[in-house]
Design a protein around this ligand. Structure first.
Ligand SMILES: Nc1ncnc2c1ncn2[C@@H]1O[C@H](COP(=O)(O)OP(=O)(O)OP(=O)(O)O)[C@@H](O)[C@H]1O
Length: 276
């Protein structure tokens, strides 16, 4: 772990105009830092701006104001192939639904092969095949999985393929947007263990978007809490989750399911009305 930021975002603001009179400020003067080799979780209710923050940070979305520096270099949204490739070398994204990067009529290894064609021009077809199998082994899958079509794999296995695909670019950072949210609890725990191991082995840094506080406790070092496009609380996970200062964070924690938890009537209303 280190204190050197690998991502530094400052003053990020993004407003979506929905019509002549209506608009949503998805990001409102957001500042955050991801320290190299650590995992920063971004939590908050649906619509609080988590995905927009992730998309602006990786350059998929533009900001109206503010700057993002990755490994010391400012990144801007671009459609230029060369710049996109350079960006992808630094930062990869894994989404909630791995299906998006898989072609249902082709073996799942094809998605990794495509990534290697883009990022490892030094490899010929045999070299890429060997690397594909190495990457599958790294995420706990076999040659049989590599040659299967998406429909033959479980949700957890498809998410492992998505992680292998991200690793194929040999990035420094992986942005995971609700990447374990669709998995059932035991599969989720296995994928989280895999992510922890890969972080150690490859010295990766994670920006981890989630609404699930138990996942935050499991994998993250630091956390930022978002509400209405703003970061309202930040700090080490144990400080923020064990001793929250903001009423909204307290309600977020109180409303999170845990063993013995019973839903409380009106808690969500209280959450929505809490002062941030
Ligand atoms: N392309 C877009 N066009 C219009 N509004 C958008 C767009 N993207 C996001 N928004 C709005 O910006 C706000 C923040 O959305 P965002 O997806 O970042 O939130 P989130 O915290 O990731 O939510 P969720 O957990 O449901 O994915 C929401 O009000 C959303 O409707």
């Amino acid at each position: 772990m280190s204190d050197t930021p690998i991502i530094e975002a400052q003053g990020l603001t993004r407003t979506f105009h929905l019509g002549r009179k209506s608009s949503v400020t998805a990001l409102d003067n957001v500042r955050c830092e991801l320290r190299e080799g650590t995992c920063l979780a971004v939590v908050g209710e649906s619509g609080s701006g988590k995905s927009t923050l992730a998309r602006v940070i990786v350059g998929l979305e533009s900001a109206d104001a503010g700057t993002v520096r990755i490994a010391g270099t400012e990144v801007k949204p671009t459609t230029a192939r060369r710049q996109l490739r350079e960006r992808a070398k630094l930062v990869q994204m894994v989404f909630q639904d791995p299906q998006g990067s898989l072609n249902r009529s082709l073996p799942v290894s094809v998605t990794i092969d495509e990534m290697l064609r883009a990022h490892r021009p030094d490899l010929d077809a045999a070299g890429r095949r060997a690397r594909v199998l190495e990457l599958f082994a790294e995420v706990g899958l076999t040659e049989r999985h590599a040659d299967a079509k998406p429909a033959a794999l479980s949700g957890g296995q498809k998410q492992r393929v998505a992680i292998a695909r991200a690793l194929a670019a040999e990035p420094k950072i992986i942005v995971l947007d609700e990447a374990v949210s669709a998995l059932d609890v035991s599969v989720q725990a296995q994928v989280l263990e895999l992510l922890k191991r890969l972080r150690e082995e490859h010295g990766l840094s994670y920006l981890f978007i989630t609404h699930d506080l138990s996942v935050v406790r499991d994998i993250a070092d630091d956390v930022v809490v978002m509400r209405h496009g703003r970061i309202i609380e930040r700090g080490p996970v144990s400080t923020v989750l064990d001793d929250p200062q903001e009423p909204y964070t307290k309600l977020l924690i109180a409303s999170a399911p845990r063993p013995g938890w019973k839903p409380q009537r009106g808690l969500r209303d209280a959450l929505l009305g809490a002062e941030g």
